[in-house]
Design a protein around this ligand. Structure first.
Ligand code: WTA
Length: 656
């Protein structure tokens, strides 16, 4: 397990209080407000959540039991009946929000579309009926493999409406990765598009679906629904493939929301872990709805007049919780942008802020570092005065990037909410409430009310202030993952037994290193397991190793993260070759392409180094610590005497 590196941020002492104007107009205005709320929630978390669930959500039937906790399995609002699509749509239709913008969409090449709550409701109902007509029933899984278009959100809400759990697969994943996920989820229908636009190019999606399904590759899939986006020619297999617009035109717009049990599965989202294939993180209905609703409302201190923009892709948890469900449940206006900054339009983000008068902007540190490189001229040339609040997510933000974000984008007046959370947690866990908590560059600050976070050692004992340790959560919360799809044991082992339970007290192990300072602020220091974070994308080193080893020339592979100024971390692979294969630059390129084919472009190794052998312990385990040092060009730290063959390190260094 890697040791968290805490030296670099121990010296950060700057403190930024929210301006009096900001605090005065927000829900929580002072640290006393926060403390009181935190204490109240901590004293009786179940009562705290129950009160909010009653006040903030619509229930067809109220729950019987707030929390049923049979560690490590939790059930929230047991016996309650609700529907997240109802909470995101129908309940706004009887208010003035009926004709408020729910989604504002901006396409890469400048086209745009706005869907009011009434319009979005209508389209969701139609697509829900299309799915029903294709034989989808409550409980059937639906794969969604889409570009960033409104139909992606419509598809998710349509699934939720009829109780069919969705599994969204990021459009950047390859056909192979798509197939793995569809197989694991046993999806009955796949919703996709002909393709999408990315960086001025067409990215084909339907061909990848065809490839995944070829030769009955995913036997459970019966139908494919295809959105026409790029108008490229695609093959449509009669009987299996259907155009979205044709089916939608025939479908009724009358589709009452299914009364779902609070604990019915809402979605599966695959994410990378230490071992084996990506795991299907399971989220359920009521608790997830409440938690994303309230964290969105309080953390972004949302106002009914706000235009809110999260730059994530709906293929990730951030898109699920904070483009679709959290904002719409609150009746907010959520902006969806198809594009990313690209050479032909490096200032596009600031154009979008200016065009729509965005008030709240939520992005990732890797994007901020890219903006810094592009220069202040781009944002300075646009009117960003509408911005009131900024957010960041995905990886620890380095203080320099934080300061730039604050000064250049926020004009020095916008608080920054640094939100620490995970696919598994469903929603924000450690984050400032922006009117109440002063911020420190690089710290996610304090836990959200109701979240009992701590920093402990591997035995579960709390560590002293400012000492490095492991980030844990000591009480269940409503949007916690319920299990790994089809694998309760893996769920138990990975998250709840890593730190051995004491006296029946289970703690959730997040996989991140952290420290807490003397003010109770948390500083998250990155993964302590074999997960690497490339541009905010979570990748398991093991997945990339399996991809490499599946190439005939590769005997053995070890992948580590190497620090990267822009991406945070980059993929660095050490590879030993089969006996008769010769190292060459061509082979390196071929192996990189192979990883892209097996997983997707996000996993493409930045560097591959060929080696005769890898450093191993006497029992045959690869010593990754040494490889991490080698990849970063550092001295190999620590004791090499446990190594089987001392000459291996020498040779690896020479190979540089
Ligand atoms: C990292 C993304 C520091 C962390 C929502 C976590 C962060 C992993 C932050 C989850 C943050 C996310 N500060 N690190 N504000 N936010 N992380 O599942 O290592 O894609 O465990 O969820 O991202 O990544 P995931």
């Amino acid at each position: 397990m890697a040791e968290p590196n805490i030296e670099s941020i121990l010296n950060e002492k700057r403190l930024f209080a929210p301006s009096p104007e900001f605090a005065q107009q927000s829900r929580f205005k002072s640290s006393e407000d926060y403390e009181a709320l935190y204490q109240q929630a901590a004293a009786d978390p179940a009562a705290f959540w129950a009160e909010l669930a009653e006040k903030e959500l619509h229930w067809f039937k109220k729950w019987d039991t707030v929390l049923d906790w049979q560690p490590p399995f939790a059930k929230w609002f047991v016996g309650g009946k609700t529907n997240i699509s109802y909470n995101c749509l129908d309940r706004h239709l009887t208010t003035w929000r009926r004709n408020k913008a729910a989604l504002i969409w901006e396409g890469e090449s400048g086209e745009s579309r706005t869907l009011t709550y009434a319009q979005l409701h209508r389209e969701v109902c139609q697509i829900a009926n299309v799915l029903k007509n294709l034989g989808v029933k409550k409980g059937d899984r639906v794969g969604i493999y889409m570009p960033m278009v409104p139909e992606a959100a419509i598809a998710m809400l349509a699934c939720a409406r009829i109780g069919a759990p969705h599994t969204v697969i990021f459009g950047g994943f390859s056909a192979e990765a798509l197939k793995d996920r569809l197989l694991d989820a046993e999806a009955k229908v796949v919703i996709t598009a002909d393709g999408g636009f990315r960086k001025d190019k067409v990215v084909p999606l339907k061909p990848a679906v065809d490839q995944a399904l070829a030769n009955n590759g995913v036997p459970s899939v019966e139908n494919v629904l295809v959105v026409q986006r790029t108008k490229e020619d695609v093959l449509m297999e009669p009987g299996r493939d259907h155009w979205w617009h044709e089916r939608q035109a025939e479908a009724s717009a009358d589709c009452p929301a299914e009364e779902m049990d609070s604990e019915d599965m809402l979605f599966i989202l695959y994410t990378s872990g230490t071992t084996g294939k990506p795991k299907g993180v399971v989220h359920t209905t009521g608790g997830y709805n409440l938690y994303t609703h309230i964290t969105f409302q309080w953390t972004f201190d949302i106002k009914d007049t706000d235009v809110y923009w999260c730059t994530a892709d709906v293929g990730w948890i951030t898109g699920h919780s904070y483009i679709v469900y959290g904002p719409l449940s609150n009746g907010a206006t959520s902006l969806m942008y198809e594009g990313v900054p690209r050479p032909s339009n490096p200032g596009c983000f600031w154009d979008v802020v200016q065009k729509y008068g965005v008030n709240i902007f939520y992005t990732a540190p890797t994007a901020i570092r890219a903006f810094i490189k592009m220069g202040e001229e781009l944002p300075n040339a646009r009117d960003l005065s509408s911005l009131r609040l900024l957010g960041t997510v995905g990886e620890p933000i380095n203080p320099e990037a934080w300061m730039w974000y604050h000064r250049v984008i926020g004009g020095g007046r916008c608080p920054i909410v640094d939100t620490w959370w995970q696919t598994e947690t469903g929603g924000f866990m450690i984050t400032p409430l922006p009117g109440a908590i002063s911020t420190k560059p690089g710290s996610a600050t304090r836990p959200f009310p109701g979240i009992l976070a701590d920093v402990v050692d591997l035995e579960g004992n709390p560590v002293a202030d400012n000492e490095g340790g492991y980030l844990v959560v000591k009480h269940p919360w409503p949007s916690m993952m319920r299990t790994v799809y089809g694998n309760d044991e893996r769920y138990r082992r990975t998250y709840w037994e890593h730190i051995p339970p004491k006296d029946g007290q289970y703690v959730y192990f997040a996989g991140d290193g952290a420290r807490r300072d003397e003010d109770g602020y948390f500083w998250v220091m990155g993964r302590v397991d074999d997960v690497i974070n490339v541009s905010g994308h979570r990748l398991g080193t093991m997945e990339i190793e399996s991809a490499l080893v599946s190439h005939p020339a590769v005997a053995e592979a070890a992948v580590v993260g190497r620090k990267d100024d822009l991406k945070g971390e980059d993929v660095f692979a050490f590879v030993t070759l089969e006996g008769n294969c010769k190292p060459s630059d061509e082979l390196k390129e071929e192996l990189k392409r192979h990883v892209v084919k097996e997983i997707g472009a996000i996993a493409r190794p930045g560097e591959i180094r060929f080696a005769d052998a890898l450093p191993k312990t006497r029992s045959g385990k690869i010593i990754r610590r040494f490889l991490r040092n080698l990849a970063s060009g550092e001295e190999v730290a620590g004791d090499a005497s446990t190594m089987e063959d001392q000459s291996v390190l020498e040779k690896l260094r020479e190979g540089a």
